[in-house]
Ligand binder design. Structure first.
Ligand code: XUL
Ligand code: CO
Length: 436
């Protein structure tokens, strides 16, 4: 029986449409800069918020009305939920989804039972992927919810818990491969610390590096070719997360010689928690060829935590798409809606409104970014700003032909640096507004 019988496939009706269950901007076959919108964004629906989020918060009970749930934690209920998830994703028209192992199947009393439960649901996921053509963007293991992970998983002080985590990732890699997953994500849920007095920082981070090498070795062994992605986040749940931002992750990846297999999955609300903008994090990862995928959402300006709201701000999506286009697109990553409806938006139809809004906001961002690039005015301003590096002393420095002594001679002779040019920030901000 259909879970959303009253909802037809969501279609593109154009900006004039008043139909809340239609796309105004996301037209999957429309070609922008030589690629369809579908291929530019590679939208993905997350299993955890969309199909497991129940609306509970630290102050109150679940609010979500999900008529397909039978109220049990059984495998049968999980299998039925998987069919519902695919009905939703198919009607929405997103090409991808992403999951944690424990979102899709109930945890058992032992690791072996958990693996059996997982396999039983994976069978349904596989059938549904084949039926609909929807693909797995990435899999990941939840190594933060179960109490055993209170001190972390791959950075825990408890070696047995580390071994458990390794076994869990092994299984999740096998499943991700079986389902054709294109990436595999590590978000370091409890990989961090609350207090440095009880923490052996070096030991924990060395063990984290060792863990990732074991993951790469096992991927090679089973022939999993997907990209590994680390998802930076500075805090929550721990006070200090080891993967705190793009720069910290990249430093870690280089120190432990993992940059050939790992990239980053950058999330908007994590960037802002780190005191950065999403654009900063994307550009920082992109300039080092380590931009792998994005978790699309937004925080709330007035709240200091990870609210994971759906992104609707076109200025934000323009910045994101501008940066993704600059670095050659997001594939084989995607735009993964790691976002949840508010607990007051408890009806199933709110899930459609949320995703349609997010997809439309990104489609607009893509079109605006492409217009900015086609126009070239912004690029001209940047080119002009760095003009001193294109010829003369700048070009000589960049070709490696100078040292402190030769630069001193140059400046002693010249006496004073050439005058600066205006940064033109206000002009640029006005210019961006003309495309919106
Ligand atoms: C947590 C978060 C996770 C990861 C996957 O803030 O973003 O859902 O995306 O573990
Ligand atoms: Co995320």
């Amino acid at each position: 029986m259909a879970a959303f019988p009253e909802i037809e496939k969501i279609r593109y009706e154009g900006p004039e449409s008043k139909n809340p269950l239609a796309f105004k901007w996301y037209n999957e076959d429309e070609v922008v800069e030589g690629l369809t919108m579908k291929d530019h964004m590679r939208f993905s629906v997350v299993y955890w918020h969309t199909f497991r989020g129940n609306g509970s918060d630290p102050f109150g009970a679940p609010t979500m009305v999900r008529p397909w749930e039978d109220g049990t934690d059984s495998v049968e209920n999980a299998q039925n939920r998987a069919r519902v998830a695919f009905e939703f994703i198919e009607k929405l028209g997103a090409p991808y989804y992403a999951f944690h192992d424990r979102d899709v199947a109930p945890e058992g009393a032992t690791l072996a039972e958990s693996n059996r439960n997982f396999d039983a649901v994976v069978q349904v996921l596989k059938e549904e992927q084949e039926r609909t053509g929807i693909k797995l963007l990435w899999g990941t293991a939840n190594m933060f919810s179960n109490p055993r992970f209170m001190h972390g998983a791959s950075t825990t002080c408890n070696a047995d818990v580390y071994a458990y985590a390794a076994a869990q990732v092994k299984k999740c890699l096998e499943v991700t491969k079986e389902l054709g997953g294109e990436n595999y994500v590590f978000w370091g849920g409890r990989e961090g610390y609350q207090n440095l007095f009880n923490t052996d920082l070096k030991r924990e981070i060395d063990n984290l590096g060792r863990f990732f090498h074991m993951a790469v070795d096992y991927a090679d062994k089973i022939g999993f070719k997907g990209t590994f992605l680390i998802e930076p986040k500075p805090k929550e749940p721990t006070k200090h997360q080891y993967d705190s931002d793009a720069a910290a992750c990249i430093n870690f990846l280089r120190a432990y010689e993992l940059t050939d297999r790992f990239k980053l999955n950058i999330e908007t609300n994590h960037a802002t928690l780190a005191g950065h903008t999403m654009m900063h994090e994307l550009d920082y990862a992109g300039m080092q060829h380590l931009l792998g995928s994005i978790d699309a959402n937004t925080g709330d300006l007035l709240l200091g935590w990870d609210t994971d709201q759906f992104p609707t701000n076109v200025y934000l999506t323009t910045e994101i798409m501008l940066t993704l286009l600059k670095y050659g697109g997001v594939a084989p990553g995607g735009v993964n809606f790691d976002a949840k409806v508010r607990r007051e938006s408890f009806e199933p139809i709110d899930l459609f409104h949320a995703h349609i809004g997010g997809m439309d906001a990104f489609a607009r961002g893509l079109k605006i970014a492409a217009a900015i690039r086609a126009d070239g005015a912004l690029a001209d301003i940047v080119k002009d700003r760095y003009e001193s590096w294109d010829t003369g002393i700048g070009a000589e420095i960049e070709s490696g032909n100078h040292n402190f002594e030769s630069l001193e001679s140059y400046m002693l002779e010249k006496g004073e640096a050439s005058p600066n040019k205006s940064g033109r920030q206000e002009l640029i901000e006005n210019l961006i507004n003309t495309y919106l």
